[in-house]
Write a protein that binds this ligand. Structure first.
Ligand SMILES: *[C@@H]1O[C@H](CO)[C@@H](O)[C@H](O)[C@H]1NC(C)=O
Length: 153
């Protein structure tokens, strides 16, 4: 039987800290409930893969912990070279999280310094940090149980 033998997955990120979610909080804080849902899904995903692997001989998978990576980034954005980990670079309203990125939106000066590009997506600079952390470019991987670079070869 043929099928997927090698799969690489990045789990769900810190959804409760997206500007579109933070904009609904009076203090602009992350929504713990939304983050707990994401963490719950990620736990189930990890369990599902660990359960599936022994039943599919030849299956090799990499599960990158995007959630933990984003948590570390938001806890200490400066360490990763970011200046702004709360607001969208392009958007409108509170934290740039009340409207999507449109031609009429406010745009930050240097998007590379922003973790979030718009209300519901990270910036390309953030995605690149993730790729680097997950071993796609190199550096220290935060993957389980195999590094993604192993699968990319
Ligand atoms: C993030 O950017 C927004 C708008 O671009 C600004 O209002 C806010 O003060 C910035 N936060 C930090 C921590 O620099």
């Amino acid at each position: 039987m043929m099928g997927a033998r090698k799969i690489a997955i990045i789990n769900v990120g810190l959804s409760g800290c997206l500007p579109v979610v933070r904009a609904h909080d009076a203090r602009g804080a992350c929504n713990d409930g939304v983050n707990e849902l994401a963490a719950g899904f990620n736990g189930a995903l990890k369990f599902f893969l660990a359960d599936l692997a022994p039943r599919l001989p030849g299956l090799a998978y990499s599960l990158a912990d995007g959630f933990a990576h984003r948590q570390a980034l938001i806890a200490n954005p400066q360490a990763a070279g970011f200046v702004n980990a709360t607001s969208a670079c392009c958007g409108s309203g509170r934290l740039g999280g009340e409207g999507g990125c449109l031609p009429t939106s406010n745009i930050c000066g240097d998007s590379d310094g922003y973790v979030y590009w718009d209300w519901d997506k990270v910036d390309v600079a953030t995605a690149n940090r993730g790729h680097k952390a997950f071993g796609i470019v190199g550096d220290r991987p935060v993957t389980f149980p195999k590094e993604l670079k192993v699968e990319a070869k």
